[in-house]
Design a protein around this ligand. Structure first.
Ligand SMILES: *[C@@H]1O[C@H](CO)[C@@H](O)[C@H](O)[C@H]1NC(C)=O
Ligand SMILES: *[C@@H]1O[C@H](CO)[C@@H](O)[C@H](O)[C@H]1NC(C)=O
Ligand SMILES: *[C@@H]1O[C@H](CO)[C@@H](O)[C@H](O)[C@H]1NC(C)=O
Length: 521
């Protein structure tokens, strides 16, 4: 062997070593990436202390809002209330939750709160469990679903309201001291309420999944009511805003079509029954889903939620049997992409409805409802992409990733928790500075004040609330990022149960590095 061949041999060895090194590196990287996916798809990573604390606080608002005979009550200034609700119809409607700062039980937003809370538990139950809040969330949910089941005494009758807002609003008192009449309002075959019946069906279907493994007979009961309510809603189509015009002043519904799809989508997930998938993907989808057009998710409008929930099926499930259904399903997914594109600030189709502090801002009433709900959807969608190992999605040809969606949700959450021009946390009880005059009767009146119905001096007082409505998310800032901390400033200062449900969803998704289960059952 001459010099040449030796050096050639040496060079050959170097190549072999280099290739071997490359192969080893590639294998290690591959395994690492696998491991990463594996661990992130099965159990949550390290806990973010701030979001964990915010989540625990947020969850307490459900305890603040509870009606009925309380169990293990942890809110010192709350007690039993409304124990006779439902008596007029021989029903026990004592449970459930007060809607906001007053003592009405409005079925339409209450059911929506339960649907969203169920969804949060289904996607992020592991994250809740990692900070020992899962039982709390399930117990809060059951407080509403127990009420909803009792409010549905026969197939085609659903009680949708306890209390008369006109009578209720003439009083300012603690719920524990209420003595005024609390009439019941129902929808039925002759006075239908498709949106409220369908939303209740959605809530009970979603909750049936939550309780499936822990309490299968309760889960079955919820599902039975859900199916019946969906049939009632779909068979006797009509808006409760038309049947009972009085509701227009409070929770006016702009249409029931979205709730029919939303309910059917949840029933599909809860039962696996293909007829519900056919329902949403074929004629009803074409007629009602507003494919291609982004919308805002709220107690009145479930389209965006439905687009995202049904995308779950295209991300994780095998193909559906029929071509028409696959086409419909794809349209939901494309619309969900369009919704996400609207949220991302750098997307070519980004919404311009933002404050200069960066908050998505759609409505001056309960301004925070929209950024919170939109961020919850963004987080869920981002985790669908992550869990299904979908690298990106496009907005008018530009590519975006799960990180962009998660960052959007983080920015909105951080704004709400105090990173805003007011340096104010809009979550009551969180951080060093938060509103002191939340528009909330129970929080505004000292426990021992005997006001009777007319405790209005506590509404009009300029002193901070004597009780902290812990976990409340107030209505939120103006478009100019400012906030006026006055109890009479209802538009900004009133919290709601449905905003808290979405907040719980958002924070649960942020507690740890995230992923979602591939299937609910
Ligand atoms: C059906 O509901 C309407 C609206 O709430 C109510 O006025 C009517 O009395 C109900 N019908 C029956 C038979 O109870
Ligand atoms: C309630 O919504 C319907 C449908 O969008 C609308 O026509 C009606 O004017 C609304 N009512 C009130 C009081 O805003
Ligand atoms: C912000 O907007 C609100 C509502 O439009 C207005 O009342 C308030 O004066 C504005 N505040 C500032 C600081 O501009």
């Amino acid at each position: 062997m001459g010099k040449g061949s030796r050096s050639k041999g040496c060079c050959g060895w170097i190549i072999v070593i280099c290739i071997a090194a490359l192969v080893v590196t590639a294998v290690v990287l591959y395994l690492k990436s696998k491991q990463h996916h594996h661990s992130s798809a099965t159990k949550p990573g390290s806990i973010d202390k701030n979001y964990a604390q915010a989540l625990s606080i947020s969850m307490q608002f459900f305890d603040v809002q509870k009606s009925g005979k309380l169990k293990n009550n942890k809110i010192a200034w709350r007690g039993d209330s409304a124990l006779s609700d439902g008596k007029g119809a021989n029903l026990d409607l004592s449970k459930g939750m007060y809607d906001a700062g007053d003592h009405m039980k409005f079925g339409f937003p209450m059911a929506f709160s339960a649907t969203v809370l169920s969804w949060a538990i289904l996607e992020y139950g592991d994250q809740m469990a990692s900070i020992k809040e899962l039982d709390h969330a399930q117990e809060s949910l059951k407080w509403i679903t127990d009420y909803l089941v009792n409010a549905h005494p026969s197939k085609n009758v659903l009680y949708v309201q306890v209390g008369d807002p006109v009578i209720d609003h003439k009083c300012w008192e603690r719920p524990e001291d209420m003595t005024e009449n609390r009439p019941l309002t129902q929808v039925n075959k002759t006075s239908p309420g498709t949106e409220v019946a369908a939303e209740t069906a959605a809530a009970l279907a979603a909750a049936s999944l939550v309780f499936k493994s822990s309490d299968s007979s309760y889960s079955d009961l919820l599902l039975k009511h859900s199916r019946q309510l969906f049939t009632f809603a779909d068979t006797y189509r009509g808006s409760y805003s038309k049947s009972i015009p009085e509701v227009q002043s409070y929770y006016n519904s702009t249409g029931y079509e979205d709730e029919l799809l939303w309910a059917a989508a949840w029933l599909f997930h809860a039962t696996g029954d293909g007829s519900y998938m056919t329902y949403v993907t074929t004629e009803n989808g074409k007629a009602f889903a507003d494919w291609g057009r982004p919308t805002w998710f709220s107690w009145d409008d479930k389209r965006a939620g439905t687009q995202v929930l049904l995308s779950r099926t295209s991300f994780f499930n095998t193909k559906l049997s029929s071509k028409a259904e696959n086409v419909g399903l794809q349209k939901y997914k494309e619309t969900a992409d369009a919704i996400m594109c609207g949220l991302l600030p750098k997307s070519p189709t980004a919404t311009t409805s933002r404050t200069s502090g960066g908050l998505v801002w759609i409505d001056e009433w309960s301004a925070l409802q929209h950024p919170i709900s939109a961020s919850f959807l963004a987080l869920v969608y981002s985790d669908y992409l992550l869990t299904s190992q979908t690298k990106s999605f496009t907005c008018n040809g530009e590519s975006f990733t799960t990180h962009d969606l998660r960052n959007f949700a983080i920015e909105q959450a951080d704004y709400i928790l105090g990173k805003n021009p007011m340096k104010l946390s809009y979550l009551i009880g969180y951080g060093s500075k938060y509103p002191t005059q939340v528009h909330h009767r129970g929080a505004s009146i000292p426990k021992d004040a005997n006001t009777g119905c007319k405790g209005f001096e506590w509404l009009n007082s300029d002193a901070p609330n004597p009780n902290v409505a812990v976990g409340a998310v107030v209505g939120g800032p103006f478009k100019n990022d400012s906030y006026i901390d006055r109890r009479t400033n209802i538009m900004q200062a009133e919290p709601s149960t449905y905003t808290s449900s979405a907040m719980v969803g958002l924070l649960s998704g942020l507690v740890t590095t995230s992923s979602v289960p591939r299937t609910f059952s």
